[in-house]
Design a protein around this ligand. Structure first.
Ligand code: NAD
Length: 374
């Protein structure tokens, strides 16, 4: 059985879907690995390192020829998959709700598209969960990027020349990225507060030594939907949240927003009027900028200065940590395929819980219920 790893071609994408470590592990299962020349360079992995681990190195066409499985970070252009076996699996990020046309084209081409972002949030699948592995790094990088633009220091410093005050950092959205943003801002010495619509996060915020900022006493609200994800909130809640944020945000130096709702545009958390109340020189990092943005006026990969406040956000934050992001993504791929490895069949055989959740296309059709119901 052959696995192909292509060089990623999306603008700004620096990651790669396998590392020498996972090439060795796949080889241990008896699989042959083909890696496109230069595929790992942006993530500091040389062709020689892949070759030493047991992969063959070649052109895109040679890499894909007769492949049973193609592993990617982002779904490869179908043109690159000519020569792969009919019905080959392609496991990558498909952004299925936004890029439905790509999913349809994969179905028409007869490939089995496996959407790594649809991996269920269950304990058994934690080691295969690319959203978690990448969000964790993104939360860390968001704080560092904000610290870089901020014209002051994060920690309190008492020096002979006088005292530097600690920065106040506010994290909005306490999922995987938000928790890491809290921890990172704390490590840098900021005074940290955080908010979320899911009340379960209150304790998590406190356990990281940060202050929870929560809407209280709004009836009939449960912010947690299926799979632990956030749901869209009622108008009453949104109004109460906006008021709370308005009073809190004016005192903050750093704000990191991470709020996402699967399959929908990111919720707007900060308006232009709220930005106007912040101190000049403050920094907002909008981790949801590529999904429409939590912050009014944020633009991907730009520093927008609005009312003296710097608003930043990367279109692809994990790609700013290419080596670690690739290492973790590659392990997610390996953990996924090896968990379903069938020794007798000498190929992975997916079960319904995970296979059914992530399989987008099969037998020439779109088969994913979540997508078909959207
Ligand atoms: P996410 O990226 O979907 O969203 C980020 C955070 O934003 C979430 O905490 C969400 O509640 C919050 N949010 C959404 N709308 C908001 C609003 N209007 N105001 C404030 N906050 C808002 O989240 P995620 O990191 O993917 O985590 C989603 C859930 O999955 C969590 O419950 C997490 O604990 C769980 N999880 C489970 C596993 C597992 O068991 N395998 C792995 C990772 C995450």
């Amino acid at each position: 059985m052959k696995i192909a790893i292509l060089k990623e071609r999306a603008p700004g994408e620096t990651r790669v879907a396998a590392t020498p470590e996972t090439v060795k592990k796949f080889s241990g299962l008896g699989l042959s690995l083909a890696v496109e020349k230069g595929a790992g360079l942006a993530a500091s992995v040389t062709d020689e390192a892949y070759a030493e681990a047991g992969a063959s190195i070649g052109t895109a066409a040679a890499t894909v020829k007769d492949a049973d499985i193609v592993l990617g970070i982002q779904a490869p252009d179908l043109k690159l998959l000519k020569g792969a076996k009919p019905g080959a699996w392609v496991a990558a990020l498909f952004d299925p709700f936004a890029a439905r046309n790509v999913v349809d084209a994969y179905a028409a081409a007869g490939f089995e598209a496996l959407s790594m972002e649809f991996m269920p949030r269950i304990t058994r699948a934690q080691s295969m969960d690319v959203l978690s592995s990448q969000s964790n790094l993104a939360g860390y990088k968001a704080v560092l990027a904000a610290a870089d633009v901020y014209g002051r220091a994060f920690p309190m410093m008492m020096t002979a020349a006088g005292t530097v005050q600690a920065a106040r950092a506010f994290i909005m959205g306490v999922g995987v990225a938000g928790l890491q943003a809290i921890a990172t801002a704390r490590r840098l010495g900021a005074q940290v507060s955080a908010t979320d619509v899911r009340s379960a996060t209150k304790e998590q915020i406190q356990s990281l030594g940060a202050k929870p900022i929560f809407v209280e006493n709004v009836a009939g609200i449960e912010g947690e939907g299926s799979g632990g994800y956030a749901t869209e909130m009622s108008e009453e809640y949104q109004k109460a949240q906006a008021e709370l944020v308005s009073s809190h945000i004016a005192k903050q130096d750093i704000v990191i927003t991470t709020a996402l709702i699967p399959g929908r545009a990111a919720p707007r958390l900060i308006t232009d009027a709220q930005i106007a109340t912040m101190k000049p020189g403050s920094v907002i990092f909008d981790l949801a900028v590529a999904q429409g943005g939590n912050v009014e006026g944020s633009k991907p990969d730009e520093v927008v200065v609005s009312h003296g406040v710097n608003i930043i956000g990367f279109s692809n934050t994990p790609a700013h940590l290419p080596a670690d992001a690739s290492a973790l993504f590659a392990r997610n791929h390996y953990n996924f395929l090896s968990a379903f490895w069938d020794k007798e069949a000498q190929r992975p055989v997916l079960d319904e819980e995970i296979g059914g959740a992530i399989r987008l296309t099969q037998g020439g059709k779109v088969v994913n219920e979540r997508l078909l119901g959207a």
